[in-house]
Structures are given as C-alpha cells and as structure tokens.
Design a protein around this ligand. Structure first.
Ligand code: FES
Length: 130
C-alpha cells in the first residue's frame, strides 16, 4: 500500500459522504470498462448549487478515495463549477495515484457529471410538461 499517498489512504480508510440520497435530484451511474467496477452518485441541488452529495462505490480502494474526495470537492459548488471538475483535478487533490490506478479516477468525475445531466434532464422534462 506504500504506493498510495497519505490523502488516498485517509479517504479510503474513512470515506466521506458514503450512502444514498432518497429523492435525489440527480443520479449518475458509471461502470469502469477496464475492471468492471461501478460507482453511483446522488446529488441534491438548491439554487443551482450542489447542496448534498452521496455515493456508493463497488470498486477498489482508489475508486473509494476518488468518490470521497469528489463528494467533498463539489458540495456548495455551482453546477457549472461541478461540471468543470476534471479527472486530473481529482488525481491532483489526492496527491496523485499510481499509474495503474489512474483509470479508477475516471469514475468519480464521470459519475458526478452524469448525476448533473440527470438533474438537468429532469428539469427540462418538467418544464416541457407544464
Ligand atoms: Fe476498478 Fe479501481 S480497479 S475502479
């Protein structure tokens, strides 16, 4: 485990925001084509800002650390700021990941972006129905 940064280990051993949001405004699910692991993000949105985030990760330690730090990075951010979060930003925030674990970092921002898309689509559908 020595190849993981202290930050990765902290988030892996004590992940933040694990769980599910009932009546989430947006849900994003992604699967990693390389290893088959999965991640689900739930978001609550208020006044165009991410008010709450929860996640469930069925994956490796790096994927758990990635989910945890992504959830911390985007609470209180506007949807635009959250959409601009890149996989590279996540890796940097974790003080790096081993080369063979970089693919795990892709899940975090992707799942979050999907949850935001899901929220925007719901909003659009609601507007169209009225
Ligand atoms: Fe599957 Fe890391 S090995 S997400």
């Amino acid at each position: 485990m020595a190849f993981y940064s202290k930050k990765v280990m902290e988030h892996f051993m004590n992940p933040k925001n694990v769980g599910e949001i009932k009546n989430a405004d947006g849900i994003g699910k992604v699967g990693n084509p390389i290893c088959g692991d999965m991640m689900v993000f739930y978001i609550k949105v208020k006044d165009n800002k991410i008010e709450n985030v929860k996640f469930k990760t069925f994956g490796c330690g790096a994927a758990i650390a990635v989910s945890s730090i992504v959830s911390e990075m985007v609470v209180g951010k506007t949807l635009e700021e959250a959409i601009n979060l890149k996989n590279d930003d996540v890796v940097k925030a974790l003080d790096g990941l081993p080369k063979n674990k970089i693919h795990c970092s892709n899940l975090g921002a992707d799942a979050l972006h999907k949850a935001i898309e899901n929220y925007k689509n719901k909003l659009l559908n609601n507007t169209e129905e009225k």
